[in-house]
Design a protein around this ligand. Structure first.
Ligand code: PLP
Length: 446
């Protein structure tokens, strides 16, 4: 099937681009000068004009083991032949059971149950719903509010944009879920060019005490944060901040949800950020790297105490009225199992830590450029923030376009920031190449 697809699909007529309404894209601008990627292998995409493009973004924070992995393609093909689909509603098939058992070997202690979804957005909605239902089962039906954080990104469904803290994702959709408040973001003036975690800022978590005083712990179900902010511009948690959030939430019987859609699966040098920061949330949401981006799948990890709360009713009852047709899809599960094999055999969960020094020094070498306002990094995540121009928010795109067309390098522009998250298979020479591409592109800014 794979060779048939490769050999017989007709070349796409690039002049017929109108029908596809592209997500999160300036559609008209894109279609006037398309940036079309046609194949990928290892650390590189190939563009339709035949250039090899160094992938500085792991696709979209997801292709952690690099592109074009044979083992993954084979797992998908074999699974499609053996069992293409079976429902997981009141039926079972082996792969998601196997996958869940494998996954919990990497989660922090106590996060031993897995609910499968199809995306990060669905993982977030699932976690929010589980949080409210959990409190209700415990007789605390008034605990329904959520606390998110400014600059947080939790996908694009209604729950996710409500707890999320990005104005542009919220402003056109005035039907957010009620009962949500936000902590302030964790970037502090004076912390510019910090390598790794800022030393100051743990006290920002104390704002949660004020929000609890305002709303009452009796009404709050959960606090949700990304341990490291990604799509909101890359912000690294100050030392002690996540620990403090954990302490306060525990004191008030408020669940702590870590959204690890980006940080999961080795991005910061451990399987999960929770492992690296040694802070265990009650619910942990993932997607992306779970299948190396090869097929849609997400997973929510739930602490035993939460799972147990659902298991007390009559055995014949459905414990959680929630799920997706494709929850635990056999092909996605087989792909995730093959991906886990690669991560383990190639030591990729440890790789971001092994490369952290080289990555950090490479990125921070750009601090001499006058256009650069701040540089932030942890594991194999990085951000280079630029001084805004006359029109704030445009510089990231400018550099992204220059990198793509002139430097054969893919980086991500977020406002005035360049966000970087290469596949974990990147080597030191490719890190230097990426940094040099950025240097050349950023140097063009007047
Ligand atoms: N949560 C976080 C932290 C993310 O970074 C993302 C996507 O970038 C999502 C949720 C949403 O994931 P998806 O796009 O798969 O729905």
């Amino acid at each position: 099937i794979i060779s048939l697809i490769q050999n017989e699909t007709p070349i796409m007529p690039w002049n017929e681009l109108d029908a596809f309404w592209m997500p999160f894209t300036s559609n008209r601008e894109f279609k006037s000068a398309p940036r079309m990627l046609t194949s990928a292998q290892g650390m590189h995409f190939t563009s339709d004009d035949g250039r090899k493009i160094l992938d500085g973004t792991a696709g979209l924070w997801c292709v952690n083991a690099g592109h074009g992995r044979e083992e993954i393609a084979k797992a998908a093909y074999d699974q499609l032949k053996e069992l293409d689909f079976a429902s997981a509603f009141q039926m079972g098939h082996p792969r998601p059971f196997q996958l869940a058992e494998r996954l919990i070997q990497h989660t922090p202690e106590g996060l031993d149950h897995v609910f499968f979804t199809n995306s990060g957005s669905e993982s977030v909605e699932t976690a929010l719903k589980i949080a409210v239902a959990y409190h209700r089962l415990n007789g605390n039906g008034s605990k329904t509010k959520f606390i998110g954080r400014e600059k947080g990104y939790h996908g694009t469904n209604l729950g996710g944009i409500s707890v999320g803290g990005l104005g542009s994702n919220r402003k056109d959709f005035n039907c957010l879920i009620p009962g949500v408040d936000h902590l302030q973001h964790t970037w502090i003036k004076g912390s510019e060019f910090t390598k790794g975690q800022p030393a100051k800022g743990a006290e920002l978590a104390d704002e949660l005490e004020s929000l609890i005083a305002l709303h009452s712990a009796d009404n709050i179900a959960a606090v949700i944060v990304e341990p490291v902010v990604g799509a909101g511009g890359v912000f690294i948690p100050p030392q002690g901040y996540l620990e403090r959030l954990r302490e306060i939430t525990r004191q008030h019987d408020i669940l702590l949800i870590f959204d690890e859609v980006i940080t999961g699966f080795g991005r910061i040098g451990k399987p999960f950020a929770a492992n690296r920061f040694q802070v265990t949330p009650d619910l942990l949401t993932t997607a992306k790297g779970l299948t190396n981006g090869a097929i849609p799948m997400g997973a929510v990890f739930a602490h035993n105490k939460i799972h147990q709360a659902f298991m007390n009713g009559p055995e014949s009852s459905i414990e959680l009225f929630h799920g997706y047709t494709y929850s635990g899809h056999p092909v996605a599960s087989a792909v995730a199992l093959a991906t886990l094999d690669i991560y383990q055999h190639e030591g990729l969960f440890e790789q971001a830590l092994a490369l952290e020094h080289c990555w950090q020094e490479g990125l921070h070498s750009l601090s001499d450029l006058k256009a650069v306002k701040d540089i932030r990094n942890i594991g194999l995540i990085g951000a280079v923030e630029l001084h805004p121009g006359d029109q704030p928010g445009q510089r990231g795109k400018q550099v992204f376009l220059d990198c793509y067309w002139q430097q054969n390098t893919l980086v991500r522009g977020i406002g005035d920031t360049l966000a970087l998250s290469p596949p974990l298979i990147i080597n030191e020479q490719q890190i230097h190449q990426l940094v040099e591409a950025l240097r050349t592109a950023i140097s063009k800014i007047p």
